[in-house]
Write a new protein. Structure first.
Length: 122
C-alpha cells in the first residue's frame, strides 16, 4: 500500500514549489494570453513576476527612435519580469507578447519575496 504525505512526528511537510507555481493563491493568479496578446508593456509598473506555465513569448524593446528589437524568446518554465524583485526597477523595461496561446502565473512582488524569504531560505 502506497502512503503519501508521510513525515516524521513533529516535522512539518516541506514547501511544494511545483504547487506554488501551478496553483493560484494569495498574491498569485493564472493569466492567459492569446497569440499576439501582451502580458505587459514597456513602461508598465514593475510590480510582479511571471512564471510561464505553457506557451511561447517574445520579449521586445523599443528604442527612443521607435525601432523595435526582439531580445529574447521564452518557453514554459521560464520566469519573466524578475527585475521587479530588486526594487530598483519601477517600470518594465520591455514588452512581453505571446507567440502562441500562453498561461502564466502572475506573482506579486511582495508574495514572491515572502516566499523566497520564508520558504526557500531554510
Amino acid at each position: 500500500m502506497a502512503h503519501t504525505g508521510i513525515h516524521s512526528i513533529g516535522e512539518e511537510p516541506g514547501f511544494d514549489l511545483a504547487h506554488f507555481l501551478a496553483c493560484a493563491g494569495v498574491g498569485r493568479r493564472i493569466v492567459h494570453c492569446d497569440p499576439q496578446g501582451v502580458l505587459f508593456s514597456q513602461g508598465d509598473s514593475a510590480d510582479s513576476v511571471f512564471y510561464l506555465q505553457s506557451g511561447r513569448l517574445k520579449v521586445t524593446v523599443v528604442s527612443a527612435n521607435g525601432k523595435e528589437a526582439t531580445i529574447m524568446l521564452l518557453s514554459a518554465g521560464d520566469f519573466i519580469g524578475e527585475d521587479s524583485l530588486t526594487g530598483t526597477a519601477e517600470y518594465r523595461s520591455a514588452t512581453v507578447t505571446a507567440i502562441t496561446s500562453s498561461n502564466a502565473m502572475k506573482i506579486t512582488r511582495s508574495e514572491m519575496i515572502r516566499m523566497m524569504h520564508d520558504e526557500l531560505s531554510g
